[in-house]
Design a protein around this ligand. Sequence first.
Ligand code: AVJ
Length: 321
Amino acid sequence: TPPVSLALQARIADDANRPFAEELQAALAERPRRISPKWFYDAKGSQFFDRICELPEYYPTRTELSILRSRAAEIAHQIGPDAEIVEFGAGSLVKIRLLLDALQSPRRFLPIDISGEHLRGAADLLRNDYPGLEVTPVVADYTRPFDLPARLPGAGRRVGFFPGSTLGNFAPDEALAFLRQAARLLRGGGLLLGVDLVKDPQLLHAAYNDAQGVTAAFNLNLLARANEELGTDFDLQAFSHAAFYNAPHRRIEMHLVSRREQVVTLDGRHHVFEEGETLHTEYSHKFTVDGLRAMAARAGFGIGPVWTDPQRLFSVHWLPA
Ligand code: AVJ
């Protein structure tokens, strides 16, 4: 193997990379192999995701935007004046603008995202467009326990915003745990939650197997990122993207499939992939309105109004905390 460059050694030693290295090491050692989709979102991965949102086959983003746009006044009425909005997995901060335009004197916006560079860039753009708004980006992994800055004096209710059906990325027990933590954090306020609905499997399949191959590139970027940041030697040509609908579990599953037998090394440990062996990278659960409400109730939320598009592709829920 070629000598590892000093720059790369420095990056491998970089403390910021340890959680990724540790989780990947654990993922490669377990069977079946599974890693959290949160590792998709380095700066490049966040850009790939933004391109996915524009794809003709990927209906969730534009459908949720249309719901938020047409129901903004009703949603703002539920949230109330002077609110502090906390967004989980804030990404490029496009959807929040529809809410901000409709809300009465929002007091502060706290976007949380694991992708620090991407978040700070998006927060700067938002500040430019909303000069009166206090924007406090929080770089954190919201799948783990974390703290928020104290409420501002005179602020109204604290309200969570969790759009994009990102809730569907969790396993069911993790989703429940996340909602429990959110209910505690937002007590007295509420959560505005967007989730994708169960539908024709062919539509789902197309959304995660787009003709341009952007979703495949997004999936494979996880391995490219590992090679760059952790010095692994994944042969990107020897893995393919696989996404399919698992009907009994009501979820899309994304995997990276090894096209041949190969050995991958991370921090001196060797991992054999047999031909056809996979690394599972993402769940994307689909919900029914009633199923989602039952889970929210178990997590300690009340039940508020739900808004959907005419085709019932997607749903946005107001859940009082
Ligand atoms: C925004 C994370 C929910 O699962 O649909 C898009 C991510 N993965 N295409 C989703 C994603 C593949 C997306 N989430």
